[in-house]
Design a protein around this ligand. Sequence first.
Ligand code: MTE
Length: 333
Amino acid sequence: MLIKIARPGDCRENEVTDEDIFLNRRQLLKQMGFVGAGALLANSPGAAAINLFGDDNEKRFQTRDLEYTPGSESAEVLTPKAKVISHNNFYEFGTDKRDPKENAQEFKVNPWQVRIDGLVEEPMTLGYDDLFTRFELQERIYRLRCVEAWSMVIPWIGFELKSLLQQVKPLSSAKYVAFETLYDPEQMPGQRNPFVGGGIDYPYVEGLRLDEAMHSLTLLSVGLYGKTLPPQNGAPIRLVVPWKYGFKSIKSIVRIRLVESSPPTTWNLLAPNEYGFYANVNPQVDHPRWSQARERRITKGGLLSNNRIDTQLFNGYDEVASLYQGMDLRRQY
Ligand code: MTE
């Protein structure tokens, strides 16, 4: 059987053309007179429930407002929520950027279980409510740069993966962390039909070295823009590793396994010459089929208002550089 394998690079420019009203929640709160809005949100339980970004999609999908500790102010322009939730890669729901929003609305995320096991002293299973109550939720405004040379700036809500790993107590033999997405062909058309799912051998899998997983920037996200994640963004829980290309940020996770050696990863299995295990954002290492030197930052408007900017090493998160000291990042891409 001949299957057309869609690559994350097969992205068309005209997929991001809709005009949206851009609202930066923080700017808006300030304009409304909430000086020091961060402190206000942190201290009053109801405050995070202000829904400035409601839309039809949220009404159809079960969402709840999250209480969290807002992070530091970002000097960058946030990508409008309407774009964050409508321009997605989630091949289980189709390979076109518009497919996940279209096809994931009935995706059932509660009940949900995440199993954390492997080389750990205390394996654990988290239920849906645990995802929102057992760890300290924070808002983190992160840039996420896709291997396709576009990027967004998103206010994620989540907790540090480190805080979960510390609870299960990795054994000294654990060197890597393997992640797995739900396998449920009944709910995920791309898993039923290889023409819909891009020929990927599901479930989608990803991995990190243990020190990468333990880095305080590495987030398990359960929400964005003050709400639980929409299904197309990886509900109820997904990874966000902001210094790596977006495909490392695996969605709808059901299993996290501590292992001894480098685990298989979906895009590396599919095209090893194009996608390595590390996948650190690096403007000096081109993808075999296109340059990675620049990126299109998706902001408020149509094509002309999307900025083209230089891509930065590690997506600008210089604090991770020490993790890769002594490595040849051209070979270990
Ligand atoms: N996780 C799963 N399970 N399936 C996918 O197809 N796509 C990856 C990543 N996580 C993907 C996934 C890719 S290629 C990117 S760029 C990001 O999710 C996109 O995240 P976003 O749609 O929330 O922007």
